[in-house]
Design a protein around this ligand. Structure first.
Ligand code: SRM
Ligand code: SF4
Length: 571
């Protein structure tokens, strides 16, 4: 890179370069009780440690009227490859939610947990309590490999077992090295260790001193069960099975959702097939793609700094050529012709190996809390405490409780009833297939409500779909409070994306199995008009669908112009 280009690097690049492997002055700023928030550089660095500085946006209006400053607090995200926790870990996370956070646990769309509302002075104690259970938060956020996701269902299937093992291996392989020392030093009173005289390729062999240009995301999926939405990821491994045994993966690269309203050169893209790899090639392939991104990703404009733009700007052929030539010197094999054909929410009771069972429960927008008669948090705690069941989180914001005997099942059912937790079969399809991001009050980037707004929209959708006799249709609805796409709205049948105030952009024509991007049909729709406008499409769908055609396929078939007409005609 020329000197003039270097001058234009994004300020975050300087924060990383000067941080001494993510150290900055985080320890000093957290040790100072008089400081209620972090400096800009430390605000960037804390992300690598799995936390964001946030403010309570509900409190913002009143406090600014009163001339008082912001109420700062922190979000903490766990790194949970494959979404797995032991019963003891789950119970400890539940304790932490009560003791240090806002009394809720938030399952994320990358099968992890987030805590919201942690105060600065409690950060060290909270991080220590998390780590005491052998769970880390290192690399859950920041310009680094994020939580690696894989289908969490513990079904007796050799391919799923292989995928989970490979998911854990990739997560371990792509974890930072020097950054890990820093993490221990800051949060766990580890011995300070200087890397000043160690070459960066030794201190941090995969990332180097400035880590990646931007976040990096990896997913594993099965062709008939794309519950991780593999095509939304920078790197995807689609498992290939032959004669009941896993033989390798189709490698995908360059997926991502985020876009920015004012920047037309930003857009969601689906990951593209790169080639077939054998089982023993998973780690070199992951390392190769991440190093390609490290070297060729945009470090000037963070809005265009994702791997998807490297692939899109170069084209698939050049991407493949550079990858196999410079980063993955293994045989180049064409991807196997295996399409994605389904997505399983894993709700309800399922048999595992060894006469055991798991139960998949739907958690509305991933928020585990007690509210009114639905005491989800207390009920889950009671079940996990009594049965010591393993817990798995899904990338669709749901939870699986695993390892029950047949004799346990009535007791579990009784606890569900006692705490008002609905069996998934009793919920509407549209609720089970819906997701929303947190947005207001915690997310600083939110333009509109999302998690708090979607339940009322789902209620209205349920009524309209019931009236049209469409209640059994599994229609995927995903809402976000801004165009960044954290609930993957551009891969759903109905995407609702926050536009301004209480207005949303409606997207349609995607697919419930995450295989197709949807498209904008109407911008700036007041929230109370969303369902009445969608109802016109539902009515046309009911009248014109071909046998068993899902809503998304119908929308894709009739085309954008017709959808726009239907949705925008006067109410
Ligand atoms: Fe996200 C930023 C929440 C999954 C794309 N995301 C954020 C931040 C941290 C806001 C910020 O930068 O200050 C949000 C914190 C809100 C809060 O109060 O908790 C946030 N993202 C989430 C979670 C919690 C949403 C959820 O409903 O669960 C998900 C955490 C996943 C995890 O455990 O790691 C989450 N974010 C996603 C996904 C979905 C996925 O990865 O499968 C995407 C789309 C895929 C992608 O990466 O393109 C996503 N988040 C973004 C973006 C857009 C990035 C871009 O390329 O433009 C941002 C903005 C940014 O990074 O600047 C963002
Ligand atoms: Fe925040 Fe936007 Fe992500 Fe929602 S989609 S959590 S509003 S960044």
């Amino acid at each position: 890179m020329s000197e003039s280009n270097e001058l234009k690097l994004s300020p975050v690049e300087a924060h990383k370069a000067e941080s001494r492997y993510l150290r900055g002055t985080l320890a000093e700023e957290f040790a100072d009780p008089a400081l209620d928030h972090l400096s800009e550089a430390n605000k960037s660095l804390i992300k690598f440690h799995g936390s964001y500085q946030q403010e309570d946006r509900d409190a913002r209006k009143n406090r600014s009227k009163a001339g008082v400053g912001k109420v700062y607090m922190f979000m903490i995200r766990l790194k949970l490859p494959g979404g797995k926790l032991t019963a003891e870990q789950y119970l400890a996370m539940d304790d932490i939610a009560g003791q240090y956070a806002n009394g809720s646990l938030r399952i994320t769309t990358r099968q992890s947990f987030q805590f919201h509302g942690v105060l600065k002075n409690n950060m060290k104690a909270t991080m220590a309590a998390i780590n005491a259970t052998l769970i880390t938060t290192l690399g859950a956020c920041g310009d680094i490999n994020r939580n690696v996701i894989s289908c969490p269902a513990p079904l007796p299937d050799p391919t799923r077992r292989q995928m989970m093992a490979d998911c854990e291996a990739v997560a371990a392989h792509l974890a930072p090295r020097a950054g890990q020392q820093t993490y221990h030093e800051i949060w766990l009173n580890g011995q300070p260790q200087s890397f000043d005289n160690v070459p960066p390729e030794v201190a941090e062999p995969i990332y180097g001193k400035t880590y990646l240009p931007r976040k990096f995301k990896v997913a594993f999926a099965l062709p008939h069960d794309n519950c991780t939405d593999i095509l939304a990821n920078c790197l995807g491994f689609l498992a290939i099975t032959e004669n009941g045994q896993p033989v390798g993966y189709n490698l995908y690269a360059g997926g991502g959702q985020g876009q920015t309203n004012s920047k037309p050169d930003t857009y969601p893209l689906l990951a593209q097939p790169i080639g077939f790899i054998e089982l023993g090639e998973v780690l070199p392939a992951a390392e190769g793609i991440i190093k390609l991104f490290r070297d060729h990703g945009n470090r000037v404009d963070r809005k265009r700094a994702r791997l998807k733009y490297v692939l899109n700007d170069w084209g698939l052929e050049k991407f493949r050529e550079v990858f196999y030539r410079d980063y993955f010197p293994h045989p180049r094999r064409e991807p196997r012709p295996v399409p994605i054909t389904g997505l399983d929410l894993h709700h309800g009771w399922h048999r595992m190996a060894g006469d055991r069972f798991f139960l998949g429960l739907s958690v509305e927008n991933g928020r585990i809390k007690d509210e009114g008669k639905l005491r989800m948090r207390s009920g889950l705690r009671a079940i996990v405490a009594q049965y010591r069941c393993e817990v798995r989180l899904t990338p669709q914001q749901d939870i699986l409780l695993c390892g029950f005997t047949a004799a346990d099942r009535p007791g579990v059912e009784a606890l569900l009833q006692e705490y008002g937790i609905p069996r998934p079969e009793t919920l509407s399809q549209v609720q089970r297939w819906s997701m929303a991001c947190p947005a207001i009050p915690t997310c600083p980037l939110a333009i509109t409500e999302s998690e708090r707004a979607l339940p009322a929209v789902v209620d209205q959708l349920e009524a309209v779909l019931r009236d049209l006799d469409l209640a059994d249709e599994p229609i995927s609805v995903r809402m976000t409070g801004c165009p960044n796409g954290c609930a993957r709205p551009y891969q759903s049948e109905i995407g609702l994306v926050g536009r301004s105030g209480t207005k949303y952009t409606i997207y349609m024509g995607g697919d419930a199995f995450g295989r197709r991007l949807n498209a904008e049909v109407l911008d700036g729709v007041p929230i109370e008009q969303i369902v009445p406008r969608l109802a016109r499409v539902f009515a046309a769908f009911k009248a014109e669908r071909t046998n068993g055609e899902p809503l998304g396929d119908y929308c894709a078939r009739v085309g954008l112009e017709k959808l726009k007409q239907l949705v925008s005609s006067p109410l």
